[in-house]
Design a protein around this ligand. Structure first.
Ligand SMILES: [Mg+2]
Length: 375
């Protein structure tokens, strides 16, 4: 126990800060329905005495302003050990601002920072604070952007499979809102050729297909041994997801746009997915991500962490029904750039907390990060 907690006085959250970093991609990136050339990370720091925790979300720069204007006062002065209470207070405070989207991202980043702070105050790796369920967390290589040419896609896939020994990979399909299915099919075939027969191959259409288009594409997916078909249609179309799910052999998955716990309940109740995805940088931090995992478990399903791998690592090790985490190229690159203490996916899994470092085990490379700072 650190000084902040000695003598029986509860440690209090004394300050909340933000920083915004915008990092250009290493090549143009795109999926079925969006393209981008830079990614913004909004960092939140919370301090109690001499101890600081931090969390982050990937989202628009004004996310930081939501933290400063709407959440900082709600959290400041609260007991730093009672994270669910702070999360609940934030949830209630943003009722009229409209939680889904940017505001949920802000709330999530504060929640993540508070969990990191608590673990550091108790001098425990976060996974030890939560309670481990497993030592290893499987990951899958994720990228395969529609903007890549054949050579770039193959190099990336071979990097994961041959250099890092990761036995699962995912590429983006659904290019141009489903307007390029011939190229989608060619890229899937090329991916299978590059990774060999034994590596699991996943695809993500980001909601780019129509219902019947997705079912027709699934014939080619089955031929190529694709076992994960993410957002074949819009994740807002729960009936459509359920129809596609019933018609194809690959697992149908979705959940990355869940900003509230009831969202996941609705998705599960609609029989829309074979594996639930949830993103702790959007859904309400680890507090809500762990509850989403419990909802999935009760429905007989596994959960997979969406993007931001270092946000999810410790919590993923704490749930029994984990499938894996997404080792997303864009975010891996940024987290490796901005943080010391990042995890190594060699062999296809990470071991959060194995080095004994408190909290999520990361430190900001402040000097280096400064050149990307935009707010
Ligand atoms: Mg996705």
């Amino acid at each position: 126990m650190t000084a902040a907690h000695e003598g029986g006085a509860d440690p209090r959250v004394e300050s909340v800060g933000t920083a915004v970093y915008t990092v250009p991609t290493d090549a143009p990136e795109g999926d079925g329905t969006l393209t981008w050339d830079a990614t913004t990370l909004v960092l939140v720091t919370v301090r109690s005495g001499a101890t600081t925790g931090f969390g982050w979300t990937y989202g628009a720069p004004p996310t930081a302003q939501v933290v400063t204007d709407q959440l900082a006062d709600v959290v400041t002065g609260r007991c730093a050990l009672d994270v669910p209470a702070a999360n609940e207070a934030m949830s209630r405070a943003v009722r009229n601002a409209g939680r889904p989207g940017l505001i949920a991202g802000a709330l999530s980043a504060v929640d993540l920072a508070l969990w990191d702070l608590k673990a550091r105050l108790l001098d425990l790796p976060l996974v030890r604070l939560l309670g481990a369920c497993r030592p290893d967390v499987p990951v899958y290589g994720s990228g395969g952007f529609t903007t890549y040419d054949a050579g770039q896609q193959e190099r990336q896939l071979r990097h994961w499979v041959e250099e890092q020994d990761i036995p699962r990979v995912k590429i983006k399909i659904g290019e141009s809102w489903g307007g390029a299915t011939r190229r989608d099919a060619e890229r899937i075939t090329a991916a299978r050729r590059a990774i060999g027969d034994t590596t699991e191959l996943y695809v993500d259409a980001n909601g780019g297909y129509s219902r019947k288009q997705a079912v027709r594409m699934a014939g080619h997916l089955a031929q190529q041994g694709v076992t994960w078909f993410e957002e074949p249609v819009s994740s807002d179309d729960l009936t459509g997801l359920a129809h596609v799910r019933a018609a194809v052999t690959a697992d149908v998955t979705a959940g990355e746009y869940g900003y509230t716990l009831p969202y996941f309940h609705h998705m599960l109740r609609a029989d829309a997915v074979d594996c639930l995805q949830a993103d702790a940088t959007r859904c309400g931090g680890l507090t809500v991500w762990l509850r989403a995992a419990a909802l999935a478990e009760a429905a007989g399903l596994e959960i997979s962490g969406h993007c931001a791998p270092h946000v999810h690592a410790h919590a993923a090790a704490a749930v029994p029904n984990l499938r894996h985490l997404e080792w997303f190229h864009d975010h891996v690159r940024i987290e490796n750039l901005l943080f010391d203490g990042v995890l190594d996916p060699a062999g296809g899994g990470i071991r959060p907390g194995a080095d004994g470092a408190p909290g999520h085990g990361l430190t900001l490379r402040a000097d280096l990060a400064e050149k990307y700072r935009t707010g």
